[in-house]
Ligand binder design. Structure first.
Ligand code: GDP
Ligand code: MG
Length: 369
């Protein structure tokens, strides 16, 4: 990214942008104040004014603690992160609801779950984090940038409907991301329920239960009648054990945006799924192109928390803008570094945007010719 906005270069050289534009025009380069010029052009025009241009790359990495390697001894077990996927109306939301209701409100009386896109559920065998359906979008966005935050996919297939297009899509997503699948055959209470047919159809996509000679876990459930939910949770924990999930909680936190919004009263709000390290209130962060100091953190029950470790979802307040689902959040040393990294990213985004618009206007120009 060796470009600079013309106005910035002119300002740094202490000359008028119009002077520079004129000089560039004489050199055969047509640019406007807000457009970017490449390094070679900058060198050329600067020399015309008696300046030398030196490349001073902005090394984002020096701020980001990428050298902070995880030492094996520092790794501790973490809970699994589970995404529920499947065809529309096969019962994803119902399943998540029944898991949440029976596991949370029973234990914490009066605990009202609020929608934050990710839920931490206490089971007798340990904590499990579930990503909601919008997490599905985040999952896709994150997979696109090679960041897989889901450990296990629960593939919901309605017993009376069988494998449908989005079922296959979910299978393909999971396989591409190398995430193990647990099949939940839902709606077992229905008259037309035919789990054998579902199994047969899934076997065509290489998902086979053990008694068919495969290695995929199949669980029969009914979200409506709260049947088989314990078995499903048990299988999730069993699968998690096999995966030996670990993370280092003692480092600068890193996590991903699962959901985000602009709240009228609270400003930008983002649900962050912490991947490693421990996120704390007051931490200076960069999140996508935005930055901020974490003003407050809330869990999925709307309770204020002081910290969140690996696999824990939290709602975060205090960002300078609304990040995108799938954006990474990183803790930096201080507010100044956070702001610098954010500004650099914004500038980069702007120059990419400008490059796009100038190309578009050129294309339009050619159209008219
Ligand atoms: P989603 O689109 O995958 O999130 O599906 P929903 O959870 O919204 O469920 C779609 C419909 O199926 C709703 O009318 C649910 O009440 C119904 N449903 C979900 N699970 C079951 C179940 O186990 N049995 C029956 N009979 N209906 C169910
Ligand atoms: Mg739904």
């Amino acid at each position: 990214d060796d470009t600079i906005v013309l106005a910035d270069l002119a300002k740094r050289m202490g000359i008028k942008a119009s002077e520079m534009i004129k000089k560039l025009m004489m050199l055969g380069v047509m640019v406007t104040v807000n457009q970017t010029i490449d390094f070679d052009t900058a060198v050329l025009v600067a020399s015309e004014f008696g300046y030398e241009v030196e490349k001073a790359a902005f090394e984002e990495d020096t701020f980001l603690h990428i050298e902070e390697e995880s030492t094996p001894g520092a790794m501790v077990g973490r809970s699994p992160v589970v995404t529920i996927m499947g065809h529309v109306d096969h019962g994803k939301t119902s399943l998540l609801d029944v898991i949440r209701k029976t596991r949370i409100t029973e234990i914490e009386a009066g605990g009202i779950t609020q929608h934050i896109g990710a839920y931490s559920v206490k089971t007798s065998g340990g904590q499990v984090t579930f990503l909601d359906t919008p997490g599905h979008e985040a999952f896709t966005a994150m997979r696109a940038r090679g960041a897989i935050v889901t450990d296990i996919v629960v593939l919901v297939v309605a017993a009376d409907d069988g494998v449908m297009p989005q079922t296959i899509e979910a299978i393909n997503h999971s396989k591409a991301a190398n995430v193990p699948i647990i099949v939940a055959i839902n709606k077992m209470d229905k008259d037309g329920a035919d789990p054998d047919r579902v199994t047969r159809e899934l076997s065509e996509h290489n998902l086979m239960p053990e008694d068919w000679g495969g290695d995929t876990i199949f669980v029969k459930v009914s979200a409506k009648q709260n049947q088989g939910i314990d078995a499903l949770l048990e299988m999730i924990l069993l699968q998690a054990e096999v995966l030996e999930l670990k993370a280092n909680p003692d480092k600068h936190a890193k996590g991903y945006v699962v959901e985000s919004k602009l709240d009228a009263g609270r400003g930008p709000v983002a649900t962050i799924l912490v991947q490693e390290g421990t996120l704390r209130a007051g931490d200076p962060v960069v999140c996508g192109v935005h930055h901020g100091k974490i003003r407050a953190m809330l869990n999925d029950r709307g309770q204020q928390v002081e910290s969140a470790g690996p696999s824990e979802p939290v709602e975060v307040l205090g960002l300078s803008g609304v990040p995108n689902a799938g954006d990474e959040m990183i803790v930096l040393d201080d507010d100044k570094s956070a702001k610098q990294v954010s500004e650099h990213r914004l500038q980069k985004q702007r120059s990419i945007g400008l490059a796009k618009t100038s190309r578009i206007s050129l294309e339009k120009l050619f159209e008219r010719m």
